[in-house]
Design a protein around this ligand. Structure first.
Ligand code: BGC
Length: 272
């Protein structure tokens, strides 16, 4: 996982990965650390898992710390950013990754199930993006470190465009993230802050274990993926590194789908 210093694309940068203790977040945290970033592995509940990610990064020669904060709580987000400023002086990259699913048929969905998902997936991204943008503007440009003054990457989903019965709260949160990302990208571009999203498809993480834990379920999931394999967290890590690096300096306001073609209407391949 370690690369030579000369090829490290995120050297001298500080990156916060919310929900970095598992799944896609852990994959992104490791990929960014391997590119030289100092990574803050944020978690809401799983201290042990966050610590494991931190240790893995350090064993591979990277730098990381863990910070506990529930991204849906404003006071906890503010305290996390204060701690980051105290320990590292500033932040260069935010990966707005924390996300949950609380699935229910629409007819039975409670307000609590709706609210919880909107709070974590959408309000959490708002709060962290706002604090990151405030910090980027406060600190100002550091062109010797990165062309952009700051980079925000929102973890969206194929479900920002693919409707998802039985998951209305989740799909709505991801649709909302699209406008949060695009509107902030438009507003923050004059500050040289780039805002983009990644739209992962089915990535092998705990969030979708139930949809792929028997051979039949896996086969049925694969019918939705033209490229013929379920993704890995590292597939998203490499995309996140690129979006955070100067290689993508002219890219802002997009969702980059990393989904093995899930958004290509696979049902139409031999039909319609
Ligand atoms: C969801 C996963 C699902 C994938 C593709 C993701 O956003 O969290 O549970 O497997 O989309 O449907």
């Amino acid at each position: 996982m370690t690369t030579s210093a000369a090829s490290q694309r995120l050297q001298k940068q500080v990156a916060l990965v919310t929900g970095g203790s598992s799944g896609i977040g852990a994959g992104v945290a490791k990929a960014m650390a391997a590119e030289g970033a100092t990574v803050i592995v944020n978690y809401a509940h799983s201290a042990d898992e966050a610590e494991e990610v931190r240790q893995e990064i350090e064993k591979a020669g990277g730098k990381a710390i863990t910070i506990k904060a529930d991204v849906s709580k404003e006071d906890e987000v503010l305290a996390m950013f204060d701690q980051i400023r105290k320990e590292f002086g500033t932040l260069h990259i935010l990966v707005n990754n924390s996300g949950i699913q609380v699935d229910s048929p629409f007819l039975d969905m409670t307000l609590e199930q709706w609210q919880k998902v909107i709070d974590v997936n959408l309000t959490g991204q708002f709060l962290c993006a706002r604090e990151a943008a405030r910090e980027f503007v406060r600190r100002g440009p550091q062109p010797e470190i990165s062309k952009a003054t700051g980079k925000i990457i929102c973890m969206s989903s194929v479900h920002e465009v693919i409707p998802w019965a039985g998951h209305v709260n989740y799909a709505t949160s991801k649709g909302g993230i699209m406008q949060l990302m695009k509107s902030t990208a438009q507003e923050l571009a004059p500050h040289k802050i780039r805002v983009n999203s990644i739209g992962p498809g089915a990535i092998a993480t705990p969030i979708n274990l139930e949809a792929r834990d028997t051979p039949e379920e896996e086969k049925s999931l694969l019918t939705l993926i033209p490229y013929g394999r379920i993704g890995e967290p590292a597939d998203i890590g490499s995309v996140a590194v690129w979006l955070a690096s100067d290689e993508s300096d002219y890219v802002t306001g997009i969702t980059l789908f990393a989904d093995g073609g899930m958004t290509l209407y696979p049902g139409f391949a031999d039909n319609g």
